[in-house]
Design a protein. Structure first.
Length: 279
């Protein structure tokens, strides 16, 4: 049974604020390359593959990053261009970000992205036009609907499923959460991945795999950089954006040793699991 590791390729300062793009600090403070190299080395050391949702602005600023990811056999996907919330964009702006990021990635790697993840999970099935635009632009899956309160829909599906309505033709790939008596817990990535007990994460993965479902984990490069800089945010916003100063690579290494991981594209291409999803 294969699971999926996804990486949102963004730097430490890419924190969403309503109506704003991320502030860009001096280039000497950027840490995306060193952190990304560490993640790639970890995956290579365990012979594992992943899906990398890349910001177009990051790829544009460092043209070597996307080719480095692809040359290691990983999937390259889109995280938009500016890291602005989709809810802050007009349909025209959203389409432009998709097209600009896709053009950059194709020029750098020769690969057309077929997957998308919105910054800070800023899509909702209640608003259909982004999914219609994704389909029109040639995307085959989205990974933006998080089954958690506040950032998504806690009643949403915890496993991959085909979208309906304006999203018909797309697959939705939600991140892993753990059910509990207080609701779904964010064990699949971010601060929750580093905070909750390792055994709880493994138990959730095991339960999904017994049901022939993949666990979808997500990671930000800043999470393997506990000594890295942080924006001066309100305490709650700071915790949600950065979490604890724990190094996620230690826990990730344990999972890479214990489970098999592949890309979302490969997961969907394997007709044995989702016979109607072949791309």
């Amino acid at each position: 049974m294969h699971n999926v590791l996804t990486v949102d390729v963004e730097d430490w300062y890419h924190v969403c604020e309503p109506g704003k793009a991320a502030p860009v600090p001096p280039r000497e403070s950027w840490r995306i390359r060193r952190n990304l190299e560490r993640i790639l080395a970890l995956l290579s050391g365990h012979g594992q593959k992943g899906t990398f949702f890349m910001l177009g602005s990051v790829a544009e600023n460092d043209p070597d990053l996307a080719p480095m990811i692809c040359s290691a056999g990983h999937e390259i996907a889109s995280h938009g261009y500016s890291h602005r919330l989709v809810s802050d964009l007009t349909p025209e702006q959203f389409r432009h970000e998709l097209q600009l990021t896709a053009r950059i990635l194709v020029e750098q790697t020769g690969q057309q992205p077929i997957g998308y993840r919105a910054p800070q999970w800023s899509l909702s099935e209640q608003v259909g036009w982004p999914f219609a635009i994704l389909r029109e632009e040639g995307y085959r899956y989205d990974s933006s609907l998080n089954p958690l309160p506040f950032v998504g829909n806690s009643r949403g599906s915890r496993t991959p499923y085909p979208l309906e309505g304006e999203g018909a033709g797309l697959w939705e790939i939600p991140p892993m959460v753990t059910r509990s008596w207080i609701g779904n817990l964010p064990t699949g990535g971010g601060w929750g991945f580093r905070l909750f007990p390792f055994r709880a994460i493994c138990s959730t993965i095991d339960g999904l795999n017994r049901s022939r479902q993949p666990a979808v984990l997500y990671l930000h490069p800043r999470e393997v950089d506990p000594a890295g800089p942080r924006l001066d945010l309100h305490v709650l916003k700071r915790f949600v954006s950065y979490g604890t100063r724990t190094d996620a690579s230690i826990r990730l290494g344990g999972l890479l040793q214990r489970y098999q991981f592949t890309t979302i594209k490969e997961l969907l291409t394997r007709g044995s699991m989702y016979p109607d999803s072949c791309i």
